[in-house]
Design a protein around this ligand. Sequence first.
Ligand code: HAM
Length: 425
Amino acid sequence: MATLIKSAKGMNDILPVDMVYWHTLEAAVRRLFTSYGFNEIRTPIVESTDLFCRAVGEVTDIVEKEMYTFNDKENEKTSLSLRPEGTAGCVRAGLEHGLLYNQQQRFWYAGPMFRHERQQKGRYRQFTQIGAEAFGMTGPDIDADVIAMTARLWSELGLTDNRLELNSLGTPESRQAYRALLVEYFSAYPDQLDEDSKRRLHTNPLRILDTKNPDMKVLVAGAPNLQDHLDTESAEHFAQLQEILTAMGIEFVLNPRLVRGLDYYTRTVFEWITPDADLGSQSTVCAGGRYDGLVEQLGGAPTSGFGFAMGVERLVHILKNRELVSTHPTLDAYLMVSPEYLVSGMAFAERLRTAMPTLTLITNGGGGSLKAQIKRADKSGARFGLTVDNPNQVTLKSLRERTEPMTFTLETALAQLPTLLNQKA
Ligand code: HAM
């Protein structure tokens, strides 16, 4: 036998048994995001590498270590990358199609993203994000509106124990001044810095605040606080956001150490954290913030932006764990056919589907005796069995209850089954 080929590390199959969770989440998102005025956008999985270097930042884990990058076959000088996130592509598409200049836009998207990370539960190399981006609105009202949309999604899904953490990173100028303070502070303790932090000290010192290394907790706790160094306008923006969220009844926790791993953020940043212990350190299910400089950085006119993305695999994991989604099969009927009446049985199945457009019906595939077929019908979880064991006759039987079977000619069945199948359990 030939050796089996397995999926690439960190890239997972999503099997039919889990689809119900994906569909539940996707359906809720589609309905809810539309109701807040967001329109779906689909952008390519492959983009120019430059886009992510400029948007996400050269000195970020994503760009430094995690991108799947390759040269284009046609033109060896063109470097392409699998998208590690969705915001950059949204901005690129918005600019390319003239959708951002001097106007407001609300986009949402869903799709696979790729990061060459160390694989662990909740952290994969191909993962799915659902995200939303709002352009052309500077005030804290849109920050609150978008955060409220995520909060509503949790309540619709029954995930009301997700915790909202908030911070403000100020403007690039105020952050620059704060950055200098941080470098000064951390430089005084070279022995306490781990390798990653030493590297970040002069490239991206804010990321040191985000360290997961427990040995550095005390050092980080003593670092200057960004909140004490915000510019006045950012401080006002942040205060007003908190006021609106409070009035909306949305609880939050201020986390002055929340800095995020992408460079484009200005002012508000937020994360939703699940208390589910088994996701371990991968407990952030949704994250985002404001990025007022990004559109300009990517060649557009100054345009503010605010958005987020959530990790669908993480959310699906929680929905599944907590049995929050009904997984009862929705199959209405299973059609069994005597091998000698295969042709009329199959033709009947198609006519029944035409008569009942919402019917979910499985036909017995692969023959077998009626006895073997009824076993498959029982296993299928269908509510009803339909048996064609006569060229012009079909028998209806509940597969869940002990009721008398009912027999019809094929013609009467087409007229009566729609009512019977819809009414009975
Ligand atoms: P991010 O924090 O890098 O932000 O990713 C957002 C979410 O995607 C994370 O909170 C997590 O739930 C999920 N995620 C990230 N990496 C992985 C992974 N390797 N495996 C599984 N799930 C993962 C962004 O990507 C920004 N573009 C969000 C944004 C949109 N900010 C403004 N607009």
